[in-house]
Design a protein around this ligand. Structure first.
Ligand code: B1M
Length: 211
């Protein structure tokens, strides 16, 4: 692999923003294909996801890696768009109505971006209507709901119920500290994941199966 691509992967893994930006600039200036730069970035974020899932790194390390990823993306995104390379899949994500916790949701979002998903982030305290409007507007491949409070689990259930009436059907995945696989099944979600890295794997699996 080209040296600047190696440096980019290493910089993302280590969460080094300046190095990530410099390696991205060097790779693009050297005329490397933007897809190969994206692949190097994704490889770095994949590694971060694997270590986060294995509890060998924690939230702060993931956040610094995600910031390094963003520095790289700032340079790469316009080049990707100009070359017609767009994310294959898109996902609408938000924290359910009544719930203001967004740290976990943001981690999931960053890991999805690192895996080259287009992410439409609706933020926190998102109503069923706002999710439905976003689905109508963006036509995503998936919707992801986050909840951190036992008191907002019923809101998650009613959002899944409302979204399940949408035609054509939209797949919904759920997560957050109080959510369990049983609860996800019970409310009719299409999938549950316990952490950000698993959310990416689940999203990839559901999108690939839908093709
Ligand atoms: Co709140 N809070 N909080 N809080 N808060 C908890 C959740 C709580 C467990 C603390 C406690 O009592 N021990 C408790 C909930 C108890 C319960 O429901 N049983 C609680 C409470 C009670 C409250 C308030 C009601 C407190 C009050 O005002 N009396 C209030 C509610 C406000 C509201 O939402 N309406 C409140 C407020 C807040 C702050 C605003 C101060 C702040 C939030 C800041 C923010 O998010 N911007 C806050 C915080 C920080 C916490 C704790 C300390 C940390 C949560 C967090 O960010 N964890 C939390 C206690 C704790 O967890 N130790 C607590 C780190 C984050 C990376 O993990 O969000 O679980 P997590 O995300 C993980 C996975 O769950 C998963 O992936 C992530 C990464 O691996 N995941 C998904 C998350 N979403 C996913 C979506 C997916 C897939 C996976 O989609 C498919």
């Amino acid at each position: 692999m080209n040296e600047s691509l190696n440096q980019l992967t290493t910089a993302i893994k280590a969460g080094k923003r300046k190095d990530a930006r410099a390696a991205t600039a060097a790779a693009l200036e050297a005329g490397l294909p933007p897809q190969s730069v994206l692949d190097a970035l994704t490889e770095g974020m994949n590694d971060v996801g694997v270590r986060f899932k294995a509890n060998t790194i924690f939230v702060p390390e993931v956040l610094v890696a995600a910031r390094a990823m963003q520095k790289s993306m700032d340079l790469l995104e316009p080049v990707l768009i100009a070359s017609g390379i767009e994310p294959e899949f898109s996902i609408v994500i938000g924290t359910v109505e009544g719930d203001l916790h967004d740290i976990g949701k943001n981690l999931v979002m960053m890991m999805l971006k690192g895996a080259n998903f287009k992410v439409i982030d609706l933020g926190v305290n998102v109503s069923a209507e706002a999710f439905a409007n976003a689905v109508a507007e963006h036509k995503p491949d998936l919707v992801a709901l986050s909840a951190l409070l036992t008191t907002t689990m019923p809101a998650m259930e009613s959002i899944v119920c409302d979204l399940s009436r949408i035609e054509p059907p939209i797949k919904i995945i759920v997560g957050g500290a109080p959510i369990t696989p049983d609860f996800a099944d019970q409310i009719g979600a299409d999938g549950y994941s316990a952490d950000a890295a698993s959310a990416v794997e689940l999203a990839q699996k559901l999108c690939a199966n839908a093709q």
